[in-house]
Design a protein around this ligand. Structure first.
Ligand code: SF4
Ligand code: SF3
Length: 543
């Protein structure tokens, strides 16, 4: 075995990628990511054992977020960039240690490496499998994957200038705990739920950051056709990158289109003022393998999810920013004021042909909490009259596996008196279907990006209050969540922390759940996988 990674839904055989990632991550990059996580744990140990004041180490706080984010599935395939980050983290760790006296640290806080070969050698001893007990390993990794998702959301909020130091402090606490061999499985289960608690805080922070800067999402019809100008395609979750790109492209004759998780940017009032914000091009992240070619113009990845480009022609049109990276693709970094210069991308776009139309029409979204509250009377009346029988939360991720056709079929076959609440790229499995509406309420309500699952939680809690229920599980809401990468892990942990029971998770249960840990999730929280569409619908509808 040359590498081991089982953090995403596509992991080889459902158990672990051991030679090369199904995602395209090679052995070297996988190992460098393992080492980056290890040094981040070491920093956490220094902060926790050294009782350092988290408020006073903001550079370290920010680099820890970035390091975790870099290791999310499909975010960064650039070994050189990860090596640079490892060295930076070792440097920060050693500086921090100078502030601490009389404390003995373990290996993660002490190891040194001098070059790539020594990094790879060290990495092979500190990866996932270095925890021998499979239940402890499972719980540790579930916590770490939740932290990766949390770090991504916290990093986006930070880019908008919003921080919650308690989240950073928790990340240190939890990472340090993953090094602690004296913690029992019960301790780690408790820490898993606490991770969910901080996941809620991180999503709330990002919601506050996004809405205070860009306004509250509102019902919006988004064009999915094309115009005649050259275009730039922007993908990922970072709205500050989009803002800067819009500022720099306005009046240049270059249009900007969203791809994948950037679609919900159209729902924010702020971005509507840009005439060249043309629409959304294509479907979810994995469809880039066929959609980037006809797009013709440059593509900017602001976060995950990158699929290694199949042709040199496409690779030459790819740019990355933030935590994302791909070998030989230009990476646009921010200056000390957070400003990014996208002129190279704009210049390239001007030389490119306009995008080829691959579909036409529009899709409707923008049903985040504020917009849904504005419709609350209508929604409540529809529930009371029986016009809406049940809501289905179908948030989460999409992916390329054939088994995900389940979600399209599920949406199609749901009874007509049900409404789908969605967020994240999972929506691309059914957001272009003609599912109609119930008394003017569309049957698919898209709140936004995966982090906007927070909105769905806020909506659920509001309904609980309106219907004067004791328990959120007494609402007519079922949860059929699709997962792929680690942001979905933090969304799941957040739901568990909030007491949501009987969540169905698919298209397959995580490979990182050991049989015993899976058993706990089933017994304590009623977590289940998915089955056949018709059977599942009957089950959910209580028939
Ligand atoms: Fe495999 Fe997923 Fe890890 Fe990639 S991220 S190596 S596909 S488990
Ligand atoms: Fe999608 Fe990658 Fe998870 Fe943000 S963009 S939800 S998979």
């Amino acid at each position: 075995m040359s590498m081991f990674c089982y953090q995403c839904q596509e992991t080889a055989k459902g158990t672990g990628c051991e030679v090369r990632g199904v995602c395209g991550k090679n052995e070297e990059v996988a190992k460098l990511q393992d080492l980056l996580i290890y040094v981040t744990k070491g920093i956490s140990e220094v902060v926790v054992k050294g009782k350092l004041d988290v408020k006073s180490i903001s550079e370290v706080n920010h680099e820890v977020l970035k390091s975790l984010f870099i290791t999310i599935t499909n975010a960064n395939f650039d070994g050189d960039a990860i090596e640079v980050q490892i060295n930076k983290m070792i440097g920060l760790r050693n500086e921090l240690k100078k502030q601490v006296h009389g404390v003995t640290f373990g290996d993660a806080a002490a190891f040194e490496v001098s070059d790539r070969p020594s990094m790879l050698e060290k990495a092979s001893k500190v990866g996932v499998l270095s925890t021998e007990n499979e239940d402890v390993r499972s719980l540790r990794e579930m916590i770490i994957y939740g932290l990766k998702g949390m770090a991504a959301y916290t990093h986006h909020a930070l880019n908008i200038g919003k921080e919650d130091i308690d989240i950073n402090a928790f990340i240190y606490e939890a990472l340090d705990a993953t090094l602690n061999d004296s913690l029992s499985a019960d301790d780690l289960v408790a820490l898993t739920l606490k991770t969910g608690e901080f996941g809620v805080k991180a999503m709330a922070l990002l919601d506050e950051a996004n809405t205070s800067k860009y306004g509250n999402p509102e019902i919006t019809s988004v064009n999915i056709g094309v115009r005649n100008n050259p275009g730039i395609l922007i993908s990922g979750h970072d709205l500050t990158d989009l803002e800067q790109l819009m500022e720099q492209t306005k009046d240049t004759g270059v249009d900007v289109y969203t791809h994948g998780e950037m679609l919900p940017a159209h729902y924010y009032p702020f971005f509507k003022k840009y005439d060249n914000f043309a629409g959304n091009y294509g479907g979810s992240w994995w469809q880039q393998v066929t959609e980037f070619e006809p797009f013709n113009g440059p593509i900017l990845f602001t976060t995950n999810c990158i699929v290694p480009p199949r042709s040199e022609e496409i690779r030459k049109r790819i740019f990355t920013s933030g935590a994302s990276g791909y070998p030989e693709c230009p990476h646009i970094t921010a200056d000390e004021n957070g400003k990014k210069d996208f002129s190279e991308i704009i210049a390239m776009a001007k030389q490119c042909k306009p995008p080829v139309e691959i579909e036409s029409g529009s899709i409707v979204g923008g049903f985040a909490h504020n917009q849904v509250f504005a419709l609350a009377d209508k929604v409540v009346d529809a529930v009371k009259s029986g016009a809406i029988k049940k809501f289905f939360v179908m948030a989460g991720c999409d992916g390329r596996m054939k088994s995900r056709e389940y979600y399209t079929e599920f949406a199609k076959k749901l009874p007509k008196d049900t409404v789908i609440l969605t967020a994240g790229c999972a929506k691309f499995r059914y957001n272009k279907l003609e599912l109609g509406d119930i008394g003017g309420i569309p049957r698919v309500l898209d709140a936004g990006q995966c982090n906007d699952s927070y909105s769905l939680v806020v909506i659920a809690l509001k309904l609980k209050e309106i219907f004067e229920l004791e328990d959120v599980n007494d609402l007519p809401i079922a949860y059929n969540i699709a997962w792929y990468e680690q942001k979905a892990v933090i969304v799941l942990l957040a739901l568990l922390y909030l007491g949501v029971k009987n969540i169905h998770l698919g298209p397959s249960l995580p490979g990182f759940l050991s049989p015993n840990v899976a058993k706990v999730l089933v017994e304590k929280f009623g977590i289940a996988g998915i089955g056949q569409v018709e059977d599942d619908i009957k089950l959910f509808m209580g028939e």
